[in-house]
Design a protein around this ligand. Structure first.
Ligand SMILES: *Cc1c(COP(=O)(O)O)cnc(C)c1O
Length: 430
């Protein structure tokens, strides 16, 4: 498969070295359009792959259960300081191993078992941890769900956006202890003000799950929920472009409870190597260059949505305000499912994920939609003209899906574009 710059990190294990090399090749020779993925920087990877993986540090800076944490304390403090500064928050917890852990920790901190929570339904764009029957969250707390408005065929009305009237009515009827704002598959801006207003009307707490837009918020391309929410949770690896992991921001009054819910409530020893990687990412995200990047992510998504529309795909909610484009495949081809589209595009070198669209008649495993995102390929340097080309290539691959040579020709063109926009072209090992 040839060597990649990452080979330098592994010398003794040829099987893993070979697999890493092949994965490096896959990531840099095919298009990464999964909305929750990105290309993190070599600096983030170096911190994440560092000697800190050796250290046990249960507890928090200055209050650890193990010795030898003098330097780790400085690292975790630096990460917390950078993060509170980045979002203008009172308090940060950088220990959650993932976005799911961050959400469950906030529930544990702010709720008693059986309390009512109002959150977005999975098939309308919400996350599993927003009370899906498949998630343990639904067994501990009583979730009531809101969704989106019906689809509109009148171009002057935007359909498939959060149904605020229904949300307000449900809040008044159910009197939830907590309202959760935020989604995993939703291409429109979510207004933190409206959620705060409704939470205040019914005396509820507000959690904003910013797993997807965290980077757009840090870059100034999206409104900041921190002034409005009791707690903001997010992942560090999506638009924020850091290592895999989660984090929580909260008001001072909730800080102690949230820290205790993360450790010892949810987790054991923190991953200090990931926390160092998070600190690097928070610094990167505070630079003006990152704001330029997130503006381009959004601009590219708008171009991509329009170009896909021209190819005959119906765009859910009629367009995008963020990094996502959600495609309803039924108008392009009534027979084409999300599952088949994802598989065909994989053969053509275009990596996507199938996704249910609002009121999808097909199951979550089959689906009628695809969720696409611009963060990763924008990091690699792609712009409007590349995203227009990608829309054409997707259309060609899906129309020609029975024809192996059509798929091979798309794959060749994809490899050519990817070769010109390698995110790690300047990567060097020291
Ligand atoms: C991705 C996501 C999560 C979970 O993040 P993981 O790190 O995969 O656990 C939680 N909430 C939302 C809205 C997400 O999109």
């Amino acid at each position: 498969m040839g060597s990649s710059p990452f080979d330098a990190y592994i010398t003794a294990d040829s099987e893993i070295t070979d697999l890493l090399s092949r994965e490096w090749h896959r990531q840099t020779s095919t298009l990464q359009l999964i909305a929750s993925e990105n290309f993190t920087s070599p600096a983030v990877m170096a911190a994440t792959g560092s000697i800190l993986t050796n250290k046990y540090a249960e507890g928090y800076p200055g209050r650890r259960y193990y010795g030898g944490n003098q330097i780790v304390d400085e690292i975790e403090d630096l990460a917390r300081r950078r993060l509170t500064a980045l979002f203008g928050a009172d308090h940060a917890n950088v220990q959650p191993h993932s976005g799911a852990n961050a959400n469950v920790a906030v529930y544990q901190a702010l709720l008693e078992p059986g309390d009512t929570v109002l959150a977005m339904r999975l098939d309308q764009g919400g996350h599993l941890t927003h009370g899906s029957p498949a998630s343990m969250t639904s067994k501990i707390w009583r979730f009531v769900s809101y969704g989106v408005t019906p689809r509109s065929d009148d171009p002057s009305i935007i359909g498939e956006i959060i149904d605020v009237d229904n949300l307000r009515a449900l809040a008044h009827a159910e009197r939830p202890k907590l309202i959760v704002a935020g989604a995993t598959s939703y291409s429109r801006q979510i207004s933190p003000e409206i959620f705060r207003e409704i939470a205040d009307e019914v005396g509820a707490l507000l959690m904003f799950d910013a797993a997807h837009p965290a980077g757009l918020i840090a870059g100034g391309s999206h409104p900041n929920p921190v002034p409005y929410a009791d707690a903001v949770t997010f992942t560090t690896h999506k638009t924020l472009r850091g290592p895999r992991g989660g984090a929580i921001l909260c008001r001072e009054e909730h800080a102690k409870k949230i820290d205790s819910a993360v450790f010892p409530g949810q987790q054991g020893g923190p991953l200090e190597h990931s926390i160092a990687g998070k600190a690097v990412a928070f610094k990167e995200a505070s630079s003006p260059a990152f704001g330029d990047y997130t503006d381009r992510v959004v601009a590219n998504a708008r171009v991509f949505a329009a170009a896909l529309g021209q190819q005959g795909f119906r765009i859910v909610s009629g367009g995008t305000d963020n990094h996502q484009v959600i495609v309803d495949l039924r108008e392009f081809d009534a027979e084409l499912t999300g599952k088949v589209a994802q598989e065909v595009l994989d053969v053509a070198g275009i990596t996507t994920n199938r996704n249910q669209i609002p009121d999808d008649p097909r199951s979550p495993f089959i689906t009628s939609g695809l969720r696409l995102g611009t963060p990763a390929q924008t990091t690699a340097g792609m712009g409007a003209s590349e995203f227009q080309t990608i829309a054409e290539l997707m259309s060609r691959a899906l129309r020609g899906r029975a024809d192996e040579s059509a798929l091979a020709s798309v794959r060749d063109e994809v490899a050519e574009i990817c070769g010109a926009f390698n995110p790690y072209a300047t990567f060097t090992t020291h």
